[in-house]
Design a protein around this ligand. Structure first.
Ligand SMILES: [Zn+2]
Length: 455
């Protein structure tokens, strides 16, 4: 273990916790993270990083770098909150503001945890005269699953040798499994309105087209591979039952474990929609909102992170923290987190886990992991039974539990980063594995140039 960097992160922990708390107190949803972006950029500037905001055509993105030459290590920070997830730092469900956004995915910790790693690595580089570059990316709108994809379209992440990506979780673990690739789009149908009782024969219902699209999609489920997920909501179903709807819209996600499968099923869903439009004599317009790749975990990087977590040992929790987590476990909603039944404590205490399980959610980290080798890992920042996107997470993200998990993650990434800077063979091995995994394929941004970055 490298004492300089651990001591430095400890020394800076009050400032880091202050920044994470400020972002927690001012939750901003996807693409609206103006304050979080400004405060994070400001902090990194003060720490001596070369900082630019709004590169890549994404206004709330940050690029902050230090050093020069290879190896170039990328760190992926995020800071967006979730709508409706407002919650006090309490063990009872009680929002700060009813219906307001909150850090139910703990991205207030996520961004700052990577900042802690960046300043830790920089300190060690200065002390030891280590060569290389560290790049912190402030990535907006992870919850929209497109922030990093728009950044990648604008040229971000190219030339990185290795990527380290941490997400707050309920246990310390590296994730070798995949998350799903995804496309998100809306269909807008246009028909002809009429009095639904008086002259229905003159109407051409846009809502009928939406419903028939869904019938078609539900039949399509039988003829796709098991990993495919298709979900939808109707965003406009008309005005009143006695008016034949001339406009109707629905919003879709399609997911699968490969980008190719998503693109294939997406095309088939569009054919279904066109068929529905033909049946109902309506017109359909496709609004493509975005897409992302599945994650691709690099074994070399995952091994390195796991070893570092094992060297650092588990997070030590105070009695007060354990009690807070126990109360949350009692009061949590019915949904269960992934590891709710590990051990006796309500907080994760064991040796870091090696998780190979695939997960059916999606993350825009997948795009970065198809540009450079890396992996995602998690540290315990919530009670073990906390479900993803839950009020338990918001409560812990503003509590010492979340802050401890964040500082621990900064140390894991900083230690791992230093190992990479000190041993050239790590990048070589990671790159070789990456090249084999890509098997001649190149990253092809799922979002075409004409799709605008949401405001
Ligand atoms: Zn998240």
């Amino acid at each position: 273990m490298n004492k300089t960097v651990l001591d430095y992160i400890d020394l800076k922990s009050d400032e880091l916790i202050e920044l994470a708390t400020k972002i927690w107190e001012n939750p901003e949803v996807a693409y609206k993270e103006v304050k979080a972006c400004e405060w994070t950029a400001e902090y990194l500037r003060k720490e001596g990083f070369d900082v630019t905001v709004g590169d890549y055509g994404v206004p709330t993105s940050i690029r902050a770098s230090y050093g020069e030459g290879n190896p170039i290590i990328g760190l992926l920070g995020e800071y967006d909150a979730l709508p409706g997830m407002s919650q006090k730092v309490k063990t009872e469900k009680e929002p700060v503001v009813e219906g307001a956004p909150g850090h139910g995915c703990q991205h207030n910790l996520l961004g700052v945890g990577h900042v802690g790693a960046a300043i830790g690595i920089k300190k060690e580089m200065e002390e030891k005269g280590l060569k290389g570059t560290i790049v912190f990316y402030g990535c907006p709108a992870e919850e929209a699953l497109t922030g990093k994809v728009f950044m990648a379209r604008g040229g971000a992440f190219r030339g990185l040798d290795i990527v380290l990506d941490w997400h707050p979780g309920t246990a310390n673990m590296v994730m070798r499994g995949r998350s799903t690739a995804m496309n998100t789009f809306k269909l807008h149908f246009k028909g002809i309105t009429a009095h639904a009782g008086g002259d229905p024969h003159n109407g051409r219902s846009a809502l009928d087209a939406v419903e028939l699209t869904h019938v078609g999609i539900n039949y399509l489920r039988e003829h796709v591979t098991d990993d495919v997920r298709m979900h939808y909501t109707i965003t406009n179903g008309g005005q009143a039952p006695n008016i034949v709807p001339d406009k109707a819209s629905a919003w879709y996600f399609v997911r699968a474990f490969t980008r190719e499968a998503v693109e294939d099923v997406y095309e088939r869903m569009i054919k279904v929609a066109k068929g529905a439009a033909m049946m109902t004599e309506t017109e359909v317009e496709v609004e493509f909102l975005g897409g992302c790749y599945e994650t691709l975990s690099n074994k070399v990087v995952a091994d390195l992170l796991l070893d570092t977590m094992k060297e650092l040992g588990p997070i030590e929790w105070s009695e007060e923290e354990k009690r807070f987590a126990e109360k949350l476990e009692e009061k949590k909603d019915n949904s269960q987190g992934m590891f709710s039944d590990i051990g006796d404590s309500a907080l994760f205490e064991g040796e870091a886990l090696d998780v190979a399980m695939d997960a059916f959610g999606s993350s825009d980290v997948g795009d970065v992991l198809h540009i450079a080798p890396g992996t995602m890992f998690m540290t315990a920042c919530s009670n073990l039974g906390a479900a993803g996107h839950s009020w338990n997470n918001t409560a812990c993200a503003g509590h010492e539990i979340g802050m401890k998990g964040m500082i621990y993650a900064s140390k894991v990434m900083a230690q791992t980063g230093i190992k990479i800077l000190e041993d050239n063979t790590i990048v070589e091995k990671a790159q070789e594995e990456f090249k084999n995994a890509m098997n001649g394929k190149e990253y092809n941004c799922p979002i075409p140039d004409d799709v605008e970055v949401p405001k």
